[in-house]
Design a protein around this ligand. Structure first.
Ligand code: SF4
Length: 339
């Protein structure tokens, strides 16, 4: 049963990751959020929180709770489309509608229908933000052909590094994944912007960069976009690559490569870093939705979701439904040490 059918009643207080939503049904879209790459982007989340084929060491959402390659209609297409339609009536025109969110969107078995139906209701370009792990499956490749832009990831140049960085589901080998990206390039007529995440001390070494470059040459994307750990990753061991080094590496990849890591976030982290305790303190003072937490503490929505899930897991907060809105409430009698 999709969790959205009854997320509140199903929840024991501990909650499942997909329960971390603002409302029962009006919960597939987020934003529009300002995106350096996409301008104002209306996000559409197609799968429950951390339903993913990978468990990347750099994931900002924490560890993957449902690592799977099973494709399914996680949420009904008609509900997603209805909400996109409603949202587009309410907001000013975004630059992109982006299928992404808190897991791997190509795991939604009807992503092709979703793209087509969005294009039936609007001419706003549709982007797919994907980890690129499933394009070796013909059905997945064919499903995204009508998207205007695909932004897949490639974070390694060989099997060993792939296993270390992306911790993929056992069905996915590096060769399968990378060949899938090459096949996508052959059949897809739109733009591919390949995102490469570089982990300091691991994939910023010359030998690793050379291996990745061999594959970017084969995949032949319109753009290569370099990122690094400017925000809190899943594993503390993941290190930032300096801006200077990232720019040198971008030069090595050639003119179609750019650094997209937002180094201004590092300054933000130094002075205003929001912690799990800040979220707990806020929720002890007043019940909040994920959106309230995100706007109140200046957090990205996905980070707010991550903190809420961690606090639910520790039984430090509980979830309540009021006026069709899901609110989180801190238990004033509990401290972290008790758990
Ligand atoms: S970074 Fe993306 S692909 Fe990697 S585990 Fe997180 S959601 Fe999945």
């Amino acid at each position: 049963m999709p969790a959205y059918d009854n997320p509140v009643d199903e929840c024991s207080g501990r909650g499942t990751p997909c329960d971390v939503r603002d409302t029962v049904k009006n919960s597939f879209t987020f934003g529009p959020v300002p995106s350096r790459r996409l301008g104002r982007s209306l996000g559409v989340d197609l799968v429950p929180f951390k339903t993913c084929t990978y468990d990347c060491i750099y994931c900002q959402l924490g560890r993957t709770t449902n690592k799977t390659t099973t494709r399914s209609e996680y949420y009904p297409v008609k509900d997603i489309i209805q909400e996109v339609k409603k949202k587009l009536r309410e907001i000013s025109r975004p630059h992109y509608i982006t299928l992404s969110g808190s897991g791997e969107p190509t795991l939604h078995s009807r992503i092709g229908d979703i793209i087509r139906k969005i294009k039936d209701i609007t001419d706003i370009p549709v982007a797919v933000l994907t980890n690129g792990s499933l394009f070796w499956i013909d059905e997945v490749r064919n499903a995204v052909l009508e998207a205007d832009l695909i932004i897949p990831s490639l974070d390694a140049g060989d099997e060993g590094t792939f296993l270390y960085i992306n911790r993929p589901h056992e069905d996915i080998s590096f060769k399968k994944m990378a060949d899938g990206l090459c096949s996508l390039r052959e059949s897809y007529k739109g733009s591919i912007w390949l995102e490469v995440f570089l982990a300091g001390g691991i994939t910023d070494k010359e030998t690793e960069i050379e291996k990745i470059k061999t594959w970017t040459g084969r995949i032949n994307p319109e753009r290569i976009q370099l990122n690094t750990a400017v925000r809190t990753p899943a594993e503390d061991s993941v290190r930032l690559v300096s801006k200077k080094k990232m720019e040198e590496i971008a030069g090595f990849f050639g003119p179609h490569c750019e650094v997209i890591a937002d180094y201004s976030k590092i300054h933000d982290l130094g002075e205003f870093h929001t912690t799990q305790d800040d979220v707990l303190e806020l929720l002890k003072r007043r019940p909040c939705s994920v959106s309230d937490i995100s706007s109140g503490l200046g957090l990205h929505r996905n980070e707010a979701i991550k903190y809420v899930q961690e606090l639910l897991d520790q039984y430090l907060i509980r979830m309540e439904r009021r006026d069709n809105k899901v609110l989180y409430i801190g238990d004033v009698n509990k401290t972290k040490n008790e758990c």
